[in-house]
Design a protein around this ligand. Structure first.
Ligand code: AMP
Length: 215
């Protein structure tokens, strides 16, 4: 199954995508994670990504597409994927359709996680993630065993683009460039809106129900 997990920054896409991988037995493909990995390596392309990411701006489509195509070609994504943070523009959605069509696949369902701006900001500024395993925590709603340590023992860090100022910019990018994707997927009958507010388990149950509705 190919599932797009859609929603504004801080909607819980990454957290829910990780939970869904077990149910659907397909990997999470997060272009944000792939970019952070390149940035961590200090590669030339990683530095280029950072110029945009640190300002809360979208990375240009052609750079993202190359990253996505490489990841999608890996063996674990042979029978499907959960797309987290991709597509973010209409050209990216069209490119995804073309890539999937080449291997006889298509987007089966778009689960749209809905949360309000003020809730998003509170979620994001209290978000921490593990440098070692990628686990995501929220200091209030999903607290780690200690404020700077993951259960795996790894160090917890705050993403540099998780400040209120950058989040507001990311939200503007979302509203102007990403939200219009609902007009692209809507008429195809693929969008399943899901209330993103609630406990992690509640939201996961809603996402699972929406995903099976599309499968
Ligand atoms: P995320 O981890 O999905 O919140 O993404 C963090 C940042 O990476 C975004 O604010 C963008 O700067 C960049 N990014 C991630 N995915 C994409 C994408 N599909 N298109 C453009 N920029 C992206």
């Amino acid at each position: 199954m190919d599932l797009v997990l859609f929603g504004p920054p801080g909607a819980g896409k990454g957290t829910q995508a990780k939970r869904l991988t077990e149910l659907l037995k397909v990997p999470q493909i997060s272009t944000g994670d792939l970019m952070r990995a390149e940035r961590g390596k200090g590669s030339a392309i990683g530095k280029k990504f950072d110029e945009y990411m640190s300002k809360g701006l979208l990375v240009p489509d052609e750079l993202v597409l190359e990253l996505l195509a490489q990841r999608l070609a890996e063996p674990d994504a042979k029978s499907g994927a959960i797309f987290d943070g991709y597509p973010r523009t209409v050209p990216q959605a069209k490119a995804l359709d073309e890539l999937l069509a080449k291997v006889g696949r298509k987007v089966d369902v778009v689960v749209s996680l809905e949360v309000k701006l003020e809730e998003m900001i509170e979620r994001i500024v209290l978000r921490r993630s593990c440098e070692a395993c990628g686990q995501i925590y929220h200091l209030r709603y999903n607290p780690p065993p200690s404020p700077d340590r993951c259960t795996c023992g790894g160090k917890l860090v705050q993403r540099p683009d998780d400040t209120e100022e950058v989040v507001r910019k990311r939200n503007e990018e979302y509203l102007s460039k990403t939200a219009p994707l609902l007009n692209y997927y809507g008429p195809k009958g693929l969008v399943r809106p899901v209330d993103g507010v609630g406990s992690l388990d509640e939201v996961t149950a809603r996402v699972k129900a929406a995903a099976s509705d599309g499968g």
